[in-house]
Ligand binder design. Structure first.
Ligand code: CU
Ligand code: CU
Length: 354
């Protein structure tokens, strides 16, 4: 009796394994690559789009870069409702000089969100089990646009061309969890020879359970630390939990979050960029190299639909600080410092499998 039960159990286990194997989702790979472009000027940013079938939903589960740091300085993939241009390639540079003969346009025409970022020979990025970006069909991502930044063009002087890009892994099998990105950022200005805090905060008012799993920071040259928090508003003291922080001078990819935490309706998300200027002039928020930016991207999954809210921007200094929203117990030192005992370089070479 005992013996036959054992056999049955073994058989069941084998059958179970077989069944899960049979029903395994078919994963396909789509190459989104530059169509053999030839950037002529240093600091060129090119964009190339793909249109996604509006009659069918797809589920993106991984990104595999096809680039090397000698050619591409960085790559970003954007989900767009409409693309910035109907051309095969266009100039789409923030901070950029346009290449003559090629039109200039924004990355997206509307509905822009970053879904992948690559820099400095980062490895393949696999989303957590069951998590996927929903694209095509009735979703707000009808196009994916690849942006490549060519910092140096020495390589192309001999007439060679570039097909840097990303292999996108996707399936048509619905995945239980949707991935989304919330962008936190500021406007504002940084005074000469000073340290400035650029801060933003928003309360989540949608009835969803949000699981952050990765984050990315972006500034230009003046950023020293960018940090993001979940704030539980409580009386008399707010509770701050770190989502992630980074030296923005390190490769600006998505890194795993610092803490597994959950954001619900009524919670606040907050970000700070600590900027240090040795310049003699005022530096303002803007898209060129002379300007600054303060961005914290929070990538999350949810078992419901993604947040309608895609961004959380404040006016920044001198008009906005966290205190203007009545936030208290601000972790001032933590928000503006990096982990001790770990050099920037060491942090930069940590694995970034999420
Ligand atoms: Cu770059
Ligand atoms: Cu920027």
């Amino acid at each position: 009796m005992a013996r036959s039960e054992g056999v049955c159990l073994t058989l069941l286990l084998i059958l179970g394994a077989l069944a899960s194997d049979v029903s395994a989702d078919v994963v396909k790979k789509f190459p989104l690559l530059m169509p053999h472009v030839k950037p002529e000027r240093a600091e060129t940013y090119f964009c190339t789009p793909i249109r996604i079938d509006p009659t069918q939903e797809y589920y993106i589960t991984a990104f595999q870069p096809n680039a090397s740091m000698e050619t591409a300085h960085h790559m970003l993939m954007y989900g767009c409702e409409t693309p910035g241009s109907d051309k095969e390639v266009w100039n789409c540079g923030e901070m950029a000089l346009a290449q003559p003969g090629i039109i200039s346009a924004p990355v997206c025409g509307s509905g822009s969100q970053v879904i992948y970022a690559w820099a400095r020979d980062a490895p393949k990025l696999v989303l957590p089990e069951g998590v996927a970006f929903r694209v095509g069909g009735k979703t707000s991502i009808q196009y994916i646009v690849l942006q490549v930044h060519y910092a140096s063009v020495e390589k192309f002087k001999d007439g060679s061309t570039d097909d840097s890009g990303v292999f996108v892994y996707y399936t048509e099998t619905p995945q239980p969890k949707s991935a989304g990105v919330l962008l936190l950022g500021t406007g504002g200005r940084i005074n000469p020879k000073s340290v400035e805090y650029m801060e933003t905060a928003c309360t989540i008012d949608e009835n969803k359970v949000i699981h952050p799993f990765a984050f990315r920071t972006h500034t230009h040259a003046l950023g020293r630390v960018v940090s993001g928090y979940k704030v539980t508003r409580d009386s008399p003291y707010d509770r701050w939990e770190l989502i992630g922080k980074r030296d923005p001078q390190l490769p600006q990819m998505f890194y795993p979050v610092a803490n597994d935490l959950v954001i619900r309706r009524g919670d606040t998300v907050a970000a700070r960029c600590t900027m240090q200027s040795d310049r003699d002039r005022i530096t303002r928020i803007g898209s060129t190299n002379e300007d600054e930016m303060c961005n914290f991207y929070m990538m999350y999954w949810t078992e419901s639909s993604v947040l309608k809210k895609k961004s959380c921007f404040s006016l920044g200094p001198p008009f906005y600080y966290w205190t203007r929203d009545g936030l208290n117990s601000i972790p001032d030192r933590d928000a503006s410092s990096l982990p001790v005992g770990k050099s920037a370089r060491e942090q930069g070479i940590e694995s970034h499998q999420i």
